[in-house]
Write a protein that binds this ligand. Sequence first.
Ligand code: ADP
Ligand code: ZN
Ligand code: ZN
Length: 722
Amino acid sequence: MSNKVSVQVAVNVPLSMTFTYLADKPLPIGCRVRVPFRGGEQTGVVVDDQQSADVPAHKLKHVESCLDEIPPLPADFLELIRFTAQYYRHPIGQALFAALPGPLRRPQPARWPDERGWQLTLAAHDTEGPPPRQKARHALWHALAEPLAYQQAKAITPQAPALLKQWLAEGLVERVDAEPPLVVAEGPTLNDEQAAAVEAVAGSFGSFAPWLLNGITGSGKTEVYLRLIERVLAAGQQVLVLVPEINLTPQLVERFARRFPATPLAALHSGLADGERLAGWLAAWRGSAGIVIGTRLAAFTPLARVGLIIVDEEHDGSFKQQDELRYHARDLAVWRARQAGVPIVLGSATPSLESVANVEAGRYRELSLTRRAHGAAALPTVRLIDIRRQKLLDGLAEPAIAALRKRVERKELSLVYVNRRGYAPVIACTECGWLSGCPHCSSRLVWHVTDRRLHCHHCGYHEAPPRACPDCGNSDLKPMGQGTQRIEEALIALLPGARVLRIDRDTVGRKDAWEAIYRKVHGGEVDVLIGTQMLAKGHDFPALSLVLVLNADGGLYSADFRASERLFAQLSQVAGRAGRADTPGEVLVQTQWPEHPLYQALVAHDVAGFAAQQLAERREAGFPPAAFQVAVRADARTLEEASAFLDAAAALAEPPEGVTLAGPAPALMMRLANRERAHLLVESPQRVRLHTFLDDWLPRLAGLQQAHRQVRWSIDVDPQDF
Ligand code: ADP
Ligand code: ZN
Ligand code: ZN
């Protein structure tokens, strides 16, 4: 026993501990191993070499040598995982394995991919090569006079993989080690604001500096990223770019690849096959990929020589993972920038209130792009259609129909944007605008059909709905924001001859569906697009002449305190699709609340004003970012079971001053997959206090499961949805 060593191994199991094994020789921290586990076999990662005192050595199982030909996982990666597991209160092994690409989760060896390039052999130079009429072959052949990376070859012709294989077999090309040159395609001349932003960020290279790049849609934020990337690549470093899932389109990746045609680029997203993702991940880790661009999971990619991190559309909700390991990729990216000592740029046209508050507090520095970059492109005119004084035809007001008709006649493209977010219904008075509010906290009460009562989703209070408006006596009280149905049929009937294309989850389900939609739209085969949230994002549509927004009101007075922030971001984004260089676009919003500050800010393009107003409201109510929250979520067959668990959990809490518990309250989406869901909220104006309390309280909850076997529960730190 004496010359054995013990190691601590993290395994992919729902336990917050690591496991002790014996090895014949010391194993480096970060190396993957195959371990016997509960009668089976598991992949493990050595995370420590300390002997844990409580297990006698003779009871320990053995672990063989490291699995891989690749080196052990780097220390900064393991440190990130440790922080993530600790902060988001997730088992270390599960956090670690969630961050690894699929093939590395299995107990099979991995090796570096062959990243050498291709070049013509001496023998090849003596041959004629393919004739010019074989265009693709000819072009590839001539490009191969210099070393060519796989990606460059594929950019020349999709037949490249087959041709390279054939020519390799024929001795016409050979594999070569080649440092890819930095080739930069020309971009536009930066305007003053862009140039100032680039200089400011570049001035902070080499140290941690968080920047908020606040720029209206089309102001040239992406161009600023590209210039910064150019400088980082020139310094021999890497850039990590995080984008929301829906924005990582082939168009965006192409834009990066076109600017830096010789730079290896790894695009990491959930749609990749296992092998592709592993190759990209390893290229990022090894440092051979100069640009790593990906969705939230890419926040965990190890980077050998990172020089800059960029988070585009930093306000986007998709950066928060909503199950299992509930991390926020933007927040982790900021942590990583600090860890690596590099600047981070958070870009948005509608920054999150968290980031705005960080600017106010002096933690982030703000850079503004206030003008559209492209020529004389003006901001769209936003007009509100007050539907309280309009007769609606299938949900559409007469001025809206007339505006659509005009665009169809002029052969201009319109978008009808139907807000489909499932807002929980708040009761409102149709006469005076009274809204059902909670007497105990700053939340709205939500109408539940099941028990015909109004519920507070923050503190759990509930009451019978009033028979008449408490303010004006009107008896016509209605749930707000009811859906707009059958808009497509209505439009087809109202606009005879118009070519209408509906885009929703059903029509874009298939992978190539977007491509087909782009072809139609760019080919001028569409007059009116109808779509939901997914159309708001950075898709590459031609400029729209008109945007008509329907059904947005539901987001104004929601029980979810983030609803108006999200609604404003979405409407700003769709509005940003309107207009081209020569003619400004028009945005029409149908609403019952034209005087609402959100719409007034939209009309005035006053993003900062809206953020300031929202921040003031949040501070008043004690909601994030003025406070920090942790949700304990529970679901069971009945709400009573879930609530009983949360009550028992609350009973074990001894919150110190400055930490409060609210609830249990039903979740906004109370019923999901035949389970009823509820939550308990822990809140504090100070993050440290909140987490110190969790350190003490959460371990006590482990014993509760025994008495509540049917309840599933989880912790959500910095929750985004309720
Ligand atoms: P954003 O990311 O803020 O939406 P982009 O960087 O995509 O903006 O720029 C919008 C459009 O303006 C793009 O077509 C881009 O090529 C162009 N553009 C950006 N900067 C400039 C500039 N300085 N001069 C001319 N065109 C520009
Ligand atoms: Zn009233
Ligand atoms: Zn309440």
